[in-house]
Design a protein around this ligand. Structure first.
Ligand SMILES: Nc1ncnc2c1ncn2[C@@H]1O[C@H](COP(=O)(O)OP(=O)(O)OP(=O)(O)O)[C@@H](O)[C@H]1O
Ligand SMILES: [Mg+2]
Length: 326
């Protein structure tokens, strides 16, 4: 059964424009000029229980707006949303107990207090028993490897430690549906990986349904099999990440290390040269020919090492957006 069902969701923001200065204020008393921004434009998708879906797109594409509609923070202009059988905008207590919305840039932790205080507050808000609270907190602290920081004031924590505490605060009530809006933003590579591992574990352990937005393709690649790509409020792609790569990037990269110099021209016939700086050569070749070409290279050139890799997903996505914006 689908946990998240979205049909023809549209969200239009009306933004009033005021001309600057007192004259502008005066004018705006009479005819206010306004502009409509279609942040989400008639999108539909459905997500099954336990799925972890990457929701990606450039700045301003409509990701956060969609997630806000799905968690009931925004009232949709059009369309129907059903999450766990609820209409999110009603914000029923039973619904709110089953979801969590975590934003990388926003925080709910009390700045001057240790994270533990916020956790206890959330325990009360969600009406968790002492027993349940202890159990869930223990599990989360283990998963995130955080035990000695619970009593340190939040303002003294690093960004990554803070983000871990944010996650704990958001997950104490064991939500079944999780919206993660750029949870790894601003974190260093090591911390990004730790959070990624946590999200994966959480998804497996609790069968939670997760929608994740991130500008780091490494997050999406590591976590999501399925991606929904949105641009200018519309869905460009919804499906397996691997089929996206196959469809849009039917090429591979052959990287080789030469034992001795070879003239550049000799590689030109084999594929597109992406890099040529002795001893390394990188060739872009069509996927279905990659094995043949690799064999040819090994046969004809003095090669020390050779690797065949898939197209860089970051580049593939960039190409898709570029072709859309032309
Ligand atoms: N409260 C609002 N009032 C007016 N316009 C808004 C509001 N919130 C978002 N928008 C506009 O809606 C569009 C979509 O914004 P949204 O925040 O959903 O994008 P996003 O995909 O999350 O982008 P980013 O990757 O930068 O976070 C943008 O043009 C944005 O300026
Ligand atoms: Mg956003």
């Amino acid at each position: 059964m689908a946990v998240i069902e979205v049909k023809n969701l549209t969200k239009i923001f009306t933004v009033y424009q005021k001309e600057p200065g007192i004259l502008g204020t005066f004018k705006s008393l009479f005819g206010r000029k306004y502009e409509e921004i279609k942040a989400v434009d008639n999108i539909s998708f459905s997500i099954e229980e336990g799925e972890l879906v990457g929701f990606i797109g450039p700045n301003g594409a409509g990701k956060t707006t969609t997630l806000k509609c799905l968690s009931g923070l925004l009232y949709p202009t059009g369309g129907v949303i059903n999450v766990l059988g609820f209409q999110p905008w009603r914000r029923k207590a039973d619904f709110l107990k089953k979801i969590a919305f975590v934003m990388g840039q926003k925080n709910q932790l009390w700045w001057d207090l240790p994270p533990m205080e916020t956790f206890v507050l959330n325990k009360e808000i969600y009406g968790l028993s002492d027993e349940k609270f202890k159990k869930v907190l223990g599990d989360l602290v283990d998963l995130l490897d955080l035990s000695d920081l619970l009593k340190v004031p939040v303002k003294k924590l690093s960004l990554g430690q803070r983000m871990k505490c944010e996650l704990i605060a958001s997950l104490l009530h064991s939500p079944q549906v999780l919206y993660l809006d750029e949870p790894t933003i601003g974190l260093d590579v090591v911390m990004q990986k730790k959070l990624r591992d946590f999200i994966r574990d959480y998804n497996h352990k609790y069968k939670a349904t997760i929608m994740l937005t991130s500008h780091y393709m490494a997050d999406v690649e590591a976590l999501a099999r399925r991606v929904i790509i949105i641009n200018r409020g519309r869905i460009l792609f919804d499906g397996d990440l691997t089929s996206l790569i196959k469809k849009h990037a039917p090429y591979k990269l052959i990287t080789l290390v030469l034992k001795e110099q070879v003239a550049r021209q000799k590689f030109e016939k084999l594929g597109k040269i992406k890099k040529f700086s002795y001893p390394e050569v990188v060739l872009k070749v069509e996927s279905h020919l990659s094995n043949k070409i690799a064999a040819k290279i090994l046969e004809n050139f003095p090669v020390d090492d050779l690797n065949i890799e898939d197209a860089d997903i970051e580049e593939v996505i960039r190409e898709i957006f570029q072709s859309q914006n032309e």
